[in-house]
Ligand binder design. Structure first.
Ligand code: PLP
Length: 417
């Protein structure tokens, strides 16, 4: 069941995308009697058979708890789990012992909030958070601010959905201790220049947290070179199972942080007069982890690598270009976000149509888009809208599916009057 290092559909500079798509069983199904057009990958990605099989194989042949039992199954489970950590580390170009495995970005950012920020911040300190953050990169900072007396400052955006970098750098004054910014916006698709931003923050001694949830599935990543202090990601958006994710930080940063959750697996010795914690990253991994999920995530990383992240990014850019061109032709359709560097996410509204109504009618045509506020209320407040529809693409989508979305919008619109 080993995943080949190069996918058979990749040869020379060419990728047979139809063959890649055939790896995804769910994409073969119908919805409401129509072929499914799945355009909600920013929400969660679909899984290739290689990932589903890896999870299935674990439960059928290797299931045991990790890091506890000396029997054969226990060793196999531990080795497979740790192999996934190594694979993910290689994928991100970081060291395995600098990668905390956790349930996803939400947990990863909360870990930073409770273990790094809470013991350090105090009244008079400030946290800068960008306007385009997902709630997972806003609410934990609000909780820290409430408990420490620190304040939150908002890094604003331009109308095209790019960060106002001049204003951001001017905001990085001495009371700012932490800057939280997304690598790629889940609503606008904006790709932020995180390397430059982290460099500016570092010059001022400000700790940086980058939310990589929407970057890791879509572009080649070299986390070590970004220069951030923390990088969070979630596995289910990158072809892996739900309930998997990771937090990267330098070893010395992790070593200096107290554990966040206590329990088994995260200790060396427990006595009633004091407990010796395990080394990082294990001291942050209390309790039985989502072992099968991480084995699936290891397979997902192998799978994405076998296609090549540069190929994936290029493919998604062609889908974005096609969708932007075709959607822009629709009268009364407004696209939110036109950053110069943009990932394959298009949020839009149609004049006179409520986004939920539109998404419901699109669903009847088999087209799955998300509608609502996309866990980004402050961003929608900036644009003065209550909701948008969001079509988000992955490499397994096709240009015909873009056309199907456009046709379904025209049909829905007629129905909406
Ligand atoms: N950050 C961004 C930019 C996201 O798009 C998401 C998921 O939608 C999250 C954070 C939260 O990820 P999870 O729910 O997997 O923890």
């Amino acid at each position: 069941m080993a995943i080949p290092s190069v996918h058979p559909a990749v040869s020379g500079g060419h990728v047979d995308w139809a063959r890649i798509r055939a790896d995804f069983p769910l994409l073969q199904r119908e919805v409401h009697g129509k072929p499914l057009v799945y355009l909600d990958s920013a929400n969660t990605g679909q899984k290739p058979a290689a990932v589903i099989d890896a999870v299935d194989d674990f439960y059928r042949h290797h299931n045991a708890n990790v890091s506890r039992a000396v029997h054969a199954l226990g060793s196999e489970a531990t080795e497979a789990y740790e192999a996934s950590r190594r694979k993910l580390a290689k994928f991100l170009n970081v060291r395995p012992d600098e990668l905390v495995l956790c349930s996803g970005t939400t947990f990863a950012i909360n870990l930073v909030a409770y273990s790094w920020a809470l013991p350090r911040l105090k009244a008079g300190d400030a946290i800068v958070v960008s306007r385009m953050e997902h709630h997972a990169n806003i609410v934990p900072w609000q909780l820290v601010a409430q408990r420490t007396g620190a304040t939150i400052k908002v890094a604003e955006i331009h109308d095209n959905g790019e960060l106002d970098l001049d204003a951001l750098y001017a905001q990085l004054t001495p009371e700012v201790k932490l800057l939280a910014v997304t690598h790629v916006s889940n609503v606008l698709g904006t790709v932020n220049p995180v390397r430059e931003i982290c460099c500016e923050a570092r010059k001022r001694g400000i700790t940086t947290v980058v939310d990589g949830s929407q970057a890791a599935p879509h572009r080649p990543l070299d986390v070590a070179s970004i220069g951030c202090d923390f990088y969070a990601l979630t596995g289910h958006k990158m072809a892996g199972p739900t309930g998997t994710g990771a937090l990267w930080a330098r070893k010395e940063t992790l070593d200096a942080m107290p554990p966040f959750i206590g329990g088994g697996e995260m200790i060396k010795e427990v006595r009633f007069d004091g407990t010796v914690f395990n080394d990082a990253p294990h001291k942050f991994e209390a309790g039985t982890p989502n072992i099968a999920g991480f084995i699936g995530l290891g397979a997902a990383v192998d799978y994405l690598s076998s296609i090549g992240m540069a190929n994936i990014e290029a493919r998604e850019q062609t889908l974005l270009a096609h969708a932007t061109e075709e959607l822009s032709k629709i009268d009364g359709l407004r696209i939110f976000g036109s950053a110069r560097e943009k990932a394959a996410v298009i949020s839009f509204q149609i004049a006179g149509a409520h986004s939920h109504d539109l998404a419901t009618l699109l669903d009847l045509e088999g087209v799955a888009v998300r509608s609502g506020q996309h866990c980004a209320h402050p961003l929608l407040q900036f644009f003065g809208v209550a909701a948008t529809c969001r079509a988000s693409f992955a490499f397994y989508n096709t240009h015909q599916e873009v056309d199907a979305l456009v046709a379904a919008i025209h049909k829905s619109r007629r129905l909406l009057g």
